[in-house]
Write a protein of this length. Sequence first.
Length: 170
Amino acid sequence: MNLRPLTQSDDLALSIFLDSEFSKAATYQTVLKLRKTNMVAMERLAFEGTKIVGYLCCAKMVNPSDWWVLSVLVVSSSHRKKGIGRELVYRGMNHARREKAPAVVVVGDPSYFAHVGFSKAAAENLVLPFAQDYTSLYPIAPGTGLSRHELVYPDAFLPVGDVTTSPASA
């Protein structure tokens, strides 16, 4: 397996990969909206030979504006349980640390993300617009774990489905 940053020449292959892993094109459309609004913090691809087998995208949060959100983590259904997702997340969090992001938020299975350094308990004081039970935090800077912030996600997430605006921004 080879991991590397995404390049512009990867767009078609990435759209095919994401569309083949999901029943609808919403994920790739969200990535395009994040790019269009300059909210992508980092993208990484995992390859086996010339075939994409994994993808990670982190976006910038609107609030706190220096935090990131792990937006998309996808591993090919034929390549799961091989450590690809874990390696994508580890490298992504190392990149976030190098870029001085104080923390990274994720909405997903808390038990999975606990294995790669995220903490549900560290996110318990966050004011969230949705998915309280599925939100975890990867604190990087001292004091970010258990900190109190109202999270505001990029607008690219709004039309995707279950996402709703927070009461303060409604």
